[in-house]
Design a protein around this ligand. Structure first.
Ligand code: ADP
Length: 344
């Protein structure tokens, strides 16, 4: 199903402007993630699409080109998966998945066919007759997904479905969820505050801030061409670089760096993965801290910007705190972004 939102905003009864006028077009089978810090309006937008929240006057919501702005939640045929799975603990996996279908008064045969279908799709065969209390967090999450999918919704809405799980399991389920959603072939909208999760699961990520979508694009596009400091920091943790900049040259104590473009009105940013330690480089910095992270060291460097600049260093050993090291930064990796207005 395609989804199109125009001029969709939400002001709550107490005057909170949770969502500013928003436009969003989602293609058939596309998986969109709404990504942003807590309170930026992600859930509000999702709840408006679900029909759980009424948007401000002037909004228009199209499902497959048809106006659904006034259609109530139970008639929208959307499936929903929340952080708390809200499964019935004493009911079996089959019972949980079939519950909504029973409510729809489908025939027993039809219910059985559909339950079998999603149980297979979600690889829940071994647990079909178990009670929910006898399942792991990851298995419960699959049941919640199967239950949402069983009524054959046109659109699947997921609100932080992985955030109740521990870190190791989240990583594993993230990839599994991405695969499952694609095998469903369903249009899906997925709310998360976790950058890795958004990038791993979504075809396109809508980065939200203060009630607005500030940028929407493929994970690659957002990472390589962020349009603002906010997006650059949120996607891939870009850091400000440089102390003294004149035209297209950044001046450091012992060397200079040519920027990809003149800096007028812009701030330079770089990501830790693009900062390399290189003994032969004339650019020098002082090591402030060294953290070993298994695949690499994360090294904080002083002298490259007012704040520490981090470098990811993949090697068998690392310099010591207090050492002066050579640093190489490929000018092509520097992001030149509009200087952000600081809030007064
Ligand atoms: P997110 O999902 O990104 O964390 P929300 O959409 O839940 O953000 O909330 C956006 C803003 O709206 C927040 O400032 C939140 O406090 C506020 N908000 C959410 N629900 C209500 C409500 N029912 N009444 C008033 N304010 C609300």
């Amino acid at each position: 199903m395609t989804l199109s939102l125009t001029n969709t905003a939400k002001t709550y009864a107490d005057g909170t402007r949770a969502l500013r006028s928003t436009n969003l077009d989602v293609a058939q089978g596309e998986i969109i993630s709404l990504l942003g810090p807590s309170g930026c309006g992600k859930s509000t937008l999702l709840r408006i699409i679900a029909g759980l929240e009424t948007p401000d006057e002037g909004a228009k919501l199209l499902f497959n080109g048809e106006d659904f702005t006034q259609i109530p939640v139970e008639k929208r045929k959307v499936g929903m998966v929340f952080q708390s799975y809200a499964l019935f603990p004493n009911m079996s996996v089959r019972g949980n998945i079939g519950y909504g279908l029973k409510m729809q008064k489908l025939s027993k045969t039809e219910i059985n066919t559909r339950v079998d279908e999603v149980i297979e799709l979600c690889r829940l065969e071994p647990y079909a007759t178990r009670s929910i209390t006898a399942l792991s967090g990851g298995q419960r999450q699959r049941v919640a997904l199967a239950r949402a999918f069983a009524p054959r919704p046109r659109l699947l809405l997921l609100d932080e479905p992985l955030s109740a799980l521990d870190a190791a399991l989240r990583g594993q389920l993230r990839d599994e969820l991405a695969q499952l959603l694609r095998s469903f072939g369903i249009t899906a909208i997925f709310v998360t505050h976790d950058q890795d999760e958004a990038m791993a699961i979504a075809d396109r990520v809508a980065v939200m801030s203060h009630g607005e979508i500030t940028q929407i694009g493929t994970p690659e596009a957002l990472y390589r061409a962020p349009k603002s400091e906010f997006v650059a920091r949120f996607i891939g943790a870009a850091m400000p670089l440089g102390r003294h900049i004149q035209a297209d040259t950044m001046y450091f104590e012992t060397s200079t760096l040519k920027l990809p473009a003149p800096a007028a009105g812009k701030t330079a940013f770089v990501r830790a993965e693009d900062v390399r330690l290189d003994d032969n480089s004339p650019l020098r910095a002082k090591v402030m801290s060294v953290t070993f992270l298994g695949t690499h060291y994360r090294i904080a460097l002083e002298g490259l910007a007012p704040d520490p600049v981090f470098a990811l260093h993949s090697a068998l050993s690392a310099p010591k705190v207090g050492d002066t090291v050579g640093v190489a930064i490929d000018p092509a990796a520097i992001l030149m972004l509009p200087a952000e207005k600081k809030a007064a």
